[in-house]
Ligand binder design. Structure first.
Ligand code: 3PG
Length: 306
């Protein structure tokens, strides 16, 4: 019998698991669950005889692929697929897919949860400021970036975006001003929200010089990946610029030091939680299940990334 494994170190909401089960069982396949695992050995064991695999930020490397002898498809229920070794997947003849857009509203809402918190001095009771009339720059105008723009407009903010892969006209249609360099984006905006993926080109790309361009009182919001930040540069600029704040859904490697040294100016969620809503879990989880079935049954690979 065809088997589909859901392997999630950070589990989906129960309603999402029920939805995934329905899709998988309606196709006549068996669903296997591995949740909250802490040991890679458990994952290696669980993948041994499965045909399809659904994951979140769970790492799928060559070792996992070696252990998954029957695997045909792995779907990352979410946007970023930097946790899958794409080259190894291709070498193992395994299709890798993501579910673009399915959790983007959840992430965008968290951007504003953290933005308001920073503007209100981390809810310390001191006088903060409002978002209305302020400038926000969106670094990458993909699915999350577009939702951030939509919500920012609701707050009455001026919105700019940078995305070399997106035509200016698409931004303009959304009432967003296109900018064409990271320097311009960081210089113009009191708030900058990061939505770039972690790639060879972007890793470590946001550091001292760029952040230092931000206007007085600037707030940098990162709900993307910690790897895109040059953490040493971030620490230096927070030190030299006591007016700046950094809030992130992705704990930096030097989080403890930053929290101690820059208390009240930095905030990190304890665990990545941008996509951790029932709605996002249901959307991304069920999309992933449908994609697994569509590939195994009909060979459809519309969301293939390798
Ligand atoms: C994504 O890339 O979709 C988000 O970072 C969500 O990751 P998660 O599924 O681990 O919460």
């Amino acid at each position: 019998m065809t088997k589909v494994l859901v392997a999630t170190e950070k589990p989906f909401a129960a309603a999402a698991v029920n939805g995934i089960r329905e899709v998988v069982e309606n196709a006549g396949y068996e669903l296997v669950l591995l949740e909250k695992y802490t040991d890679k050995a458990d994952l290696l064991k669980a993948v041994a005889d499965v045909d399809g695999l659904i994951i979140r930020s769970d790492k799928v490397d060559a070792e996992v692929l070696d252990a998954a002898k029957n695997l045909k498809i792995v779907v990352r229920a979410g946007a970023g697929y930097d946790n899958i070794d794409l080259k190894a997947a291709t070498e193992h003849n395994v299709v890798a897919e993501n579910t673009p857009g399915q959790n983007s509203n959840a992430v965008a809402e968290l951007v504003f949860g953290m933005t308001v918190m920073a503007a209100r001095n981390m809810y310390s009771g001191t006088s903060g400021f409002e978002l209305k009339g302020k400038h926000i720059g969106i670094q990458a105008f993909g699915q999350v970036g577009r939702n951030v723009a939509r919500i920012a407009k609701g707050f009455g903010m001026d919105v700019e975006a940078l995305d070399p892969y997106c035509p200016d006209s698409a931004m303009e249609e959304a009432g967003v001003k296109p900018v064409h360099s990271t320097e311009e984006l960081y210089k113009n905006n009191l708030f900058v929200s990061i939505h770039i993926p972690a790639t060879k080109e972007t890793i470590g790309s946001i550091g001292y010089d760029l952040i230092n361009l931000m206007p007085k009182g600037g707030v940098l919001i990162n709900t993307a990946r910690k790897e895109v930040i040059d953490e040493e540069g971030l620490a230096r600029v927070l030190n030299d610029r006591p007016d700046l704040k950094y809030v992130a859904d992705v704990k930096p490697g030097n989080a403890e030091m930053l929290e101690e040294k820059f208390a009240g100016r930095v905030f990190f969620t304890p665990k990545k939680m941008g996509a951790q809503t029932a709605e996002a879990n249901i959307n991304a989880g069920i999309a992933a299940a449908n994609q697994v079935v569509a590939f195994i049954r009909d060979g459809v690979d519309r969301f293939r990334v390798n």
